[in-house]
Design a binder for this molecule. Structure first.
Ligand code: CP
Length: 321
């Protein structure tokens, strides 16, 4: 489960239906009874970590949480590496040992924002997949966050029904560059679900071109026009690929967008009573104003809850047989 790239709309719909059965209590099955799942976090997390741990427990299983460089050894992932630096263990052994104990391995490994051409290939996640004979679940990599995007699709379905909606993914100003896994995966899943997808960002802040050019999205640098008639506003900040390896230049360039690229009441008033979505964590009065985040339009808490139900559906599909 690296991304939704190879999933059909029917497969996504089936996962969402399964998630809804877990959410409603119609499905109380325990497909993980007596089994353990490893969760490997190279980066911090609230929602992903807690919802995976709770979901595995509710499916009858046990979660083993590991933090390379913290609660477990530092990890090398490069094939052929001469390990005379600060890395203690290679992914080759780490994975093959873990799968003697665990039936699946979840991995969170963010972009380092140093070299997009290298990072877009998700080298650490792919090293896990290369050595594993158990399913690998992407808990957010440089390129994708499929658990988030599937929870997002479930939230849109619950709030607005199954029909095609005008879904706007908008960049927002943030004091520092952030990874683009969430917006890449949201755009991909929204297109896979047949939505009318608009992506708004300042010049130079394009998402992954190879991915986006397949989606049939409208891409605009005009945030005002993007909000007109929207059914869904999905806000997220991300770094410019041009400035990977040069954080200071990105920070200097984005300064001009601070006052304009924020979700506020004025922009929301021009939508079609849109719902407001964000994957969280969100910086208040930076990405979105308090007035919008605390309004009835905001569905961010339900969206976070849906992580639990969708991930139970993913785990049941991967491991339930
Ligand atoms: N949305 C999300 O993945 O949240 P965490 O980073 O807290 O896991």
């Amino acid at each position: 489960m690296i991304s939704t790239l190879n999933m059909s709309r029917e497969q996504i719909e089936a996962l969402l239906e399964s998630a809804l059965r877990f959410k409603s209590g119609d499905d109380v099955s325990k497909p993980l009874a007596g089994k353990s799942v490893a969760l490997v976090f190279f980066n911090p997390s609230l929602r992903t970590r807690a919802s995976m741990q709770v979901g595995i427990y509710e499916l009858g299983g046990n979660a083993v949480v590991l933090e390379p460089g913290g609660s477990s050894w530092t990890l090398e992932h490069r094939a052929g590496a001469v390990m005379d630096g600060d890395k203690t263990e290679h992914v080759a052994e780490f994975v093959r040992v873990l799968e003697r104990y665990c039936v699946a391995i979840g991995v969170r490994t963010f972009a380092a924002l140093k070299n997009w051409e290298e990072e877009r290939k998700d080298p650490i996640l792919n090293a896990f997949a290369q050595y594993a004979s158990v399913p690998i679940i992407n808990l957010e990599s440089a390129m994708h966050h499929p658990c988030q995007s599937l929870a997002d699709m479930l939230t849109i379905r619950e709030k607005l029904g199954p029909s095609r909606k005008r879904v706007v993914l908008t960049w927002a100003w943030h004091p520092k560059p952030l990874p683009m896994a969430v917006p890449n995966s949201f755009a991909l899943a929204a297109a896979q679900m047949g939505h009318d997808l608009v992506i708004a960002h300042p010049p130079g802040y394009d998402l992954d071109e190879e991915l986006i050019e397949t989606l049939g999205a409208t891409v605009t640098n005009d945030i005002d026009a993007a909000f007109d008639g929207a059914d869904v506003i999905y806000a997220k900040s991300w770094g410019s690929k041009r400035f990977y390896g040069n954080t200071d230049q990105d920070i200097a360039t984005r300064a001009q967008y601070r006052s304009k690229w924020i979700v506020d009441e004025e922009k929301m008033s021009r939508t079609n009573n849109a719902i407001f979505m964000h994957c969280l964590p969100v910086r208040r009065n930076v990405i979105v104003t308090d007035a919008v985040l605390d309004s009835p339009a905001s569905v961010v808490i339900d969206e976070a809850e849906n992580r639990l139900h969708v991930q139970k559906a993913i785990l049941a599909r991967l491991l339930g047989g």
